[in-house]
Design a protein around this ligand. Structure first.
Ligand code: NAP
Length: 495
């Protein structure tokens, strides 16, 4: 179950949001009395409430906005209990001053906005001594491992426990709460009005993650990277799992570089069977693999991991997806199966995507030149692949048959930028932009206007996601659905 927090300054807005949420299917709503401006009229808020409520009134030190005195706050909480609310949230230091009464269930809570304390078990035991029906622990995740510590505590606890790690590193604990036995998790009314860092909206929880269908049997997949908030992979993969009727969820895991090893150790205990890998981990994960194939060793980066019996296998679906997308474009360009043998390819950028694509192009016989902003990085890549480099400022020095943008230039929100000036594009060129958000980057628009053959990053993204889906589940991916979801998420096509 999802408990949706409502934090509005006016009674009528609280009540309107409450009604709206229940119409959307919400079963439990938290009313944050500390957000209400002026005197709180409990009777008005509770009279015709359309669902059970949790009444909460937080002090500033617990992350709230209560401006009145402590005594007034206690009075308000006692009055809520007297009104027969379903749940009342009591911080552990005041819980003993508000005894159990009537049918109201007691949530004994503790918030830590700085860390997830080492003595989590002792804190939990202390909260358990205050006659709780439910214990709520909300602490800040400073490391990925905090999620597992919190969720294992939730699973072990005899008292139903809502254990949540705040911050974007902690978002997985919100999504996996139910899988580990928490009675509910928290969400906000709107994703732009979060009350705690890392919180998702009710709509995101239900429409993207289908939270209420996550149970102890749900297989966990996800994407690791840092940052990760922008990733569209959760939308695409979760839609595919749902379409195929697979009990699985795909979660964004923000994993800073220094936490990668610990996270990979924790993954099986979190229920993880497979992961997508993005910046900055694609190369670093190679050291952690139990097995890798020749392609991946050649590319020097993995974007997919499978966990099985303590072993981690790595794959690179970017490489295959890029080549398949190009092959399709060449066929359209030449009206028959095209060949890259002897074609001059200019790859812009020298990061993970450039590595995978340049390696693939070399395998297919193209003559590859790398133009990278940081000369040393481009040279390193070129040395490994035995190809040439061009200084970034000299990238127009020759006219390639194939231009591949492997830099983020042109990506949302910098949609007016292009890595390659329109006037250097020729109709004979094939232009491949790996950027997929938006699909129609300025480079793609310019290339179309110059009658070049184009390959968009959406094509590559969908193909690599479909290959991952097959590796994860053994099933063919619903590629059209995944394409639709991605296109909808990246905005309407302008061509
Ligand atoms: P990466 O490892 O961080 O590499 C990025 C490369 O772009 C680096 O060489 C970097 O130069 C260069 N760069 C960054 N900003 C630049 C700028 N303003 N001007 C010139 N060069 C710049 O990232 P990646 O994983 O290779 O990803 C690169 C792009 O590929 C991203 O936009 C991503 O969306 C796209 N991609 C798409 C797919 C897909 O499925 N469609 C899959 C993977 C990646 P320095 O070396 O100087 O830092």
């Amino acid at each position: 179950m999802i408990c949706v927090s409502i934090a509005r300054g006016r009674h009528r807005h609280v009540m309107a949001e409450h009604r709206h949420l229940v119409q959307q299917g919400a079963q439990l709503v938290e009313l944050r009395l500390d957000y209400i401006g002026g005197e709180v009229n409990l009777k008005r808020l509770l009279a015709d409430r359309p669902s059970p409520v949790v009444i909460t009134c937080r002090r500033e030190r617990d992350g709230g906005k209560w401006a009145g005195t402590d005594e007034q706050r206690l009075m308000l909480l006692r009055s809520a209990i007297a009104e027969g609310v379903e749940y009342v949230d009591l911080e552990d230091d005041i819980a003993s001053q508000i005894p159990r009464y009537g049918k109201t269930k007691r949530i004994i809570s503790l918030h830590d906005y700085r860390k997830t304390p080492d003595d989590l078990n002792e804190i939990h035991a202390r909260l358990a001594s205050h006659d709780p029906d439910i214990i709520k622990l909300a602490t800040t995740a400073n490391q990925s491992h905090d999620n597992l510590r919190m969720l294992e505590l939730v699973a072990r606890s005899k008292v139903p426990t809502v254990g949540i790690c705040m911050g974007d590193i902690g978002t997985p604990s919100r999504l996996l709460a139910g899988r580990f036995g928490a009675p509910f998790t928290f969400a906000t009314f709107h994703h732009e009005r979060t009350l705690a860092p890392g919180q998702l909206s009710y709509q995101q929880m239900t429409d993207i993650y289908h939270y209420d269908q996550i149970d102890a049997q749900t297989t966990v997949y996800g994407v690791i990277g840092d940052p990760i908030g922008h990733s569209l992979s959760p939308m695409v993969h979760n839609a595919a799992f749902r379409r195929q009727g697979i009990n699985a969820v795909y979660i964004p895991f923000r994993v800073p570089r220094e936490h990668l090893s610990q996270f990979l150790e924790d993954a099986p205990a979190l229920g993880i069977k497979g992961l997508s890998v993005t910046i900055p981990h694609k190369e670093a994960v190679l050291k952690k693999l139990s097995s890798s194939d020749a392609t991946m060793t050649g590319v020097g980066a993995a974007n997919t991991l499978l966990f099985d019996n303590g072993k981690i296998a790595g794959f690179n679906t970017d490489y295959q997806a890029a080549l398949d997308s190009l092959e399709q474009a060449l066929e359209a360009h030449y009206g028959r199966k095209g060949s890259l043998e002897g074609q001059a390819a200019l790859v812009l950028g020298a990061g993970g995507a450039a590595k995978a694509i340049a390696f693939g192009l070399k395998q297919l016989g193209a003559v590859v030149t790398i133009a990278g902003r940081t000369g040393q990085r481009a040279q390193q890549l070129a040395d490994g692949l035995k190809c040439k480099t061009l200084d970034w400022n000299n990238r127009y020095a020759f006219q390639p048959d194939l231009l591949v943008n492997c830099t983020p230039v042109g990506m949302h929100p910098n949609v007016d930028a292009t890595p390659y000036d329109k006037h250097h594009l020729r109709p004979s060129m094939v232009v491949f932009d790996t950027v997929y958000n938006p699909e129609n980057t300025l480079l793609i628009k310019d290339a179309r206007s110059q009658s070049c053959t184009v390959v968009t990053g959406v094509e590559m993204f969908v193909r690599q996601a479909c290959l991952q889906f097959k590796l994860f589940t053994g099933q063919e991916a619903p590629s059209e659905l995944m394409r639709d979801v991605l296109k909808r998420a990246t905005g309407p096509a302008k061509y």
